[in-house]
Design a protein around this ligand. Structure first.
Ligand SMILES: Nc1ncnc2c1ncn2[C@@H]1O[C@H](COP(=O)(O)OP(=O)(O)O)[C@@H](O)[C@H]1O
Ligand SMILES: Cc1ncc(C[n+]2csc(CCOP(=O)(O)OP(=O)(O)O)c2C)c(N)n1
Ligand SMILES: [Mg+2]
Length: 317
């Protein structure tokens, strides 16, 4: 069974909204009402050795990246980070490993502007779980739902760099990462941009972890809409393009995953606001397509020819 069927069919029915739970299972994070004006945003993500990060990688890099991947869900909700907890499972623990973990935590705290507030430490296979908490003004959280017919589809940054780096990750020397390696090890985490989008600009938003081809479907499915994406507009990481060429880098950008950029929708009337937010937050942004009424169908337009995309991005199981 696919992870999304498991979540939808078995877990989601157990989650009910009540006066406190504004948003339960199914989005990048849950939203809990605290008072009149504030909501708590909570999300958890687990990283497993050899599945999410290469065997033998420097643990400082692994831990800092895991924090970034988790905080990225707060960016996708337009939330301001409040803190994170770190649950660690390691086969053994010595002073050297402890130092690497502590260095990674310190890097993550600094890079992603989020304090550590707790965690858990157990023996077992290398696994890291990070739970993040953030705040939004009541009713402001960005969701995967909410896109409207004719909305523009936008993406931040460039795509495919992380997957290209991962194809040849042999160097995890923390002091000597290439610019392409950084695309994998240092998720961009668009916090300021996400918070700006939540101030009435975006109609829906998520962060790209499983690849554009798969993740765009979360927006389409939850709004009952389709989309047309202009293949030539997808912003491919130039270093990935240089390394593997046009077609292969397109595949990495489209379905490689691990980009942690934001994918969002906004009405055409908000184009100027998106552009000026991009400037003030120093976040590159590209308009890659438009939503339409063709239920959940993704069309890729290339030189005037349209093809239906059946690719569904990264999946566990
Ligand atoms: N085992 C689980 N039990 C309950 N909820 C889950 C479980 N696994 C995932 N979810 C929920 O399903 C939704 C989608 O999860 P996921 O695809 O991991 O999102 P993301 O890519 O933002 O991390 C989230 O709301 C998440 O909290
Ligand atoms: C060693 C290694 N191989 C392959 C990948 C590619 N990969 C693994 S999981 C994944 C998807 C994102 O992980 P997931 O647990 O689904 O994160 P979430 O969507 O919950 O944020 C990708 C692209 C990787 N990151 N590391
Ligand atoms: Mg997740």
């Amino acid at each position: 069974m696919k992870e999304f069927s498991f979540i939808k069919e078995f877990m989601k029915p157990l989650s009910v909204s009540d006066e406190h739970v504004v948003l339960g299972i199914g989005d990048d994070a849950a939203v809990i009402r605290l008072g009149e004006n504030e909501e708590l945003v909570v999300s958890t993500d687990t990283q497993v050795e050899s599945r999410h990060f290469p065997v033998g990688a420097d643990y400082a890099l692994v831990v800092a990246r895991a924090i970034g991947c988790a905080v990225s869900d707060l960016a996708a909700m337009g939330a301001q980070p409040l803190g994170f907890t770190l649950s660690l499972s390691c086969p053994n623990l010595n002073v050297e490993l402890a130092r690497r973990i502590a260095e990674g935590v310190a890097m993550g705290i600094e890079r992603y502007q989020t304090p550590i507030i707790g965690g858990d430490t157990v023996q077992g296979p290398f696994t890291i779980s990070v739970t993040v908490m953030g705040r939004v003004e009541a009713g402001q959280a960005l969701r995967r739902t909410g896109a409207q017919d004719d909305d523009d589809l936008w993406v931040t940054g460039t795509l495919g760099g992380s997957a290209a780096a991962l194809e040849e990750i042999d160097n995890t020397d923390i002091g000597n990462l290439s610019a392409l390696d950084q695309a994998y090890w240092q998720p961009p985490c668009r916090l300021e941009f996400g918070q700006g989008l939540a101030r009435g600009i975006a109609t829906s938003c998520l962060d790209l972890s499983d690849g554009l081809a798969g993740d765009v479907r979360h927006i389409l499915q939850s709004s009952g809409l389709g989309a047309e994406i202009d293949r030539g507009r997808i912003p491919i990481n130039p270093l990935a393009l240089g390394r593997v060429g046009r077609d292969a880098s397109f595949e990495l950008a489209f379905q490689g995953g691990d980009d942690y950029e934001l994918l969002f929708t906004a009405p055409a009337s908000k184009r100027q606001e998106v552009e000026s937010l991009s400037l003030t937050s120093n976040t590159p942004v590209t308009r890659i397509g438009r939503l339409n009424l063709n239920r959940e169908i993704l069309l890729i337009v290339d030189d005037g020819n349209a093809t239906i995309c059946t690719n569904s991005g990264y999946g566990h199981f």
